[in-house]
Design a protein around this ligand. Structure first.
Ligand SMILES: NC(=O)c1ccc[n+]([C@@H]2O[C@H](COP(=O)([O-])OP(=O)(O)OC[C@H]3O[C@@H](n4cnc5c(N)ncnc54)[C@H](O)[C@@H]3O)[C@@H](O)[C@H]2O)c1
Length: 342
């Protein structure tokens, strides 16, 4: 794609919670782009979002949106199970795409996406691991890179979500939610996982027997580093994420981006957001702005690549095997292809 000087025309596939947020963020905060088209299998949703961001074209078939001449680049925010096929269609159309995490619903599917991008020979896909654009996570990464902590020894991730449907299995949590933590671990440490051991419990008797909403992953990395990741998706009190790197000489941990200290009802406190949309709003806008600029220049966005999406799913896949077997599971670490900086 040669450099585009007019606002980049974006098509958004899936206008539920995340798609609506991306469309509105583009409309309000990313002047270099405009929302040109929306697609959802539920036309009422595209209609509601179009009313707020003025998207002139609406589709109910995502493949039509991808091939539409009016669309330069695509955001994929439909359910996880649709991601791989839609990412493949964007590659076939030769259009840049920001695909929400996970890149695919399984390791095998994500491998097919990476193979297709490798065959194309140029990078068009970015995966929506927005923590890479979160100021708190970036600050921790800078401290680690500065060498101030000495050699990193341990990554500690905590990921709490207020509530989930009562029947969500541990495998879905590992695929849909924990990928963020696996990517943050890889990105902050610059190391790949070697082995995982995952335990999961059900936090409430009222949940389905197969539900594992509190998961604890212990991970050994290939650079002689360890990680522990707690993913608790029915934490009730709100949504919170933290990431800490413990090094030989100190630690760095993300601060919660609190805006005010409240004194009320005989207590001092800070507000805890109910979901990710508030906590990571700054990151979502920065992620979009970077992706749009890169797409306009025909260059590579700073966000996670298809390879990163695939490697996160390598960890997810091993975690699922460990959860099923109750034993540690090895994580495959194929060589990083040249296209992805290998
Ligand atoms: N990066 C993040 O922080 C973050 C946060 C939440 C969700 N997500 C990801 O974003 C995606 C969407 O999540 P959500 O919470 O917005 O879900 P949602 O259910 O609110 O929205 C999904 C939308 O996609 C539509 N849809 C379903 N099948 C479709 C198809 N084949 N073509 C077009 N539209 C289709 C649905 O009608 C719905 O409107 C998921 O993959 C999820 O993992 C990422």
């Amino acid at each position: 794609m040669s450099t585009i000087t007019r606002p980049l025309a974006i098509g958004v596939i899936g206008t539920g919670n995340m798609g609506a947020r991306h469309a509105l963020n583009l409309h309000r905060y990313v002047g270099a782009a405009r929302v040109a088209a929306l697609c959802d299998t539920d036309p009422a949703r595209t209609q509601a979002v179009a009313a707020q961001c003025g998207a002139p074209h609406r589709f109910d078939d995502p493949l039509q949106l991808i091939s539409a001449a009016e669309v330069d680049a695509i955001i994929i925010t439909s359910p996880d199970a649709t991601h791989a096929d839609l990412a493949l269609a964007c590659l076939r159309a030769g259009k840049p795409a920001l695909c929400e995490k996970p890149l695919a619903n399984s390791l095998a599917e994500s491998g097919r996406v990476v193979e297709a991008e490798l065959s194309l020979g140029r990078r068009l896909l970015t995966v929506g691991f927005m923590r890479r654009f979160d100021p708190q996570h970036r600050a921790v990464r800078e401290v680690v890179a500065s060498g101030e902590l000495g050699r990193p020894l341990l990554y500690k991730g905590v990921h709490r979500n207020a509530s989930i449907p009562s029947s969500v299995s541990g495998e879905v949590v590992l695929t849909n939610s924990a990928g963020h933590d696996f990517d943050a671990m890889r990105w902050l440490l610059g190391q790949e996982a070697a082995e995982v051991y995952v335990l999961g419990v059900r936090s409430r008797d009222s949940f389905s027997p197969e539900t594992r909403d509190m998961l604890l992953a212990q991970i050994a990395l290939r650079g002689d580093c360890l990680a522990t990741i707690e993913v608790y998706v029915a934490a009730d009190y709100g949504y919170e994420v933290s990431a800490e790197v413990v090094g030989q000489r100190g630690t760095a941990v993300t601060l919660q981006p609190d805006l005010a200290l409240t004194r009320a009802r005989q207590a001092r406190g800070v507000y805890v957001p109910t979901d990710w949309l508030g906590r990571f709003q700054e990151a979502y806008v920065a992620e979009l702005a970077d992706w749009v600029e890169a797409a306009k220049r025909g260059s590579i966005a700073a966000g996670a690549s298809a390879w990163d999406g695939y490697m996160a799913l390598q960890v997810t896949d091993a975690c699922i095997r460990s959860l099923r077997s109750g034993a540690p599971a090895a994580v495959d670490a194929p060589a990083r292809p040249e296209l992805y900086g290998g």
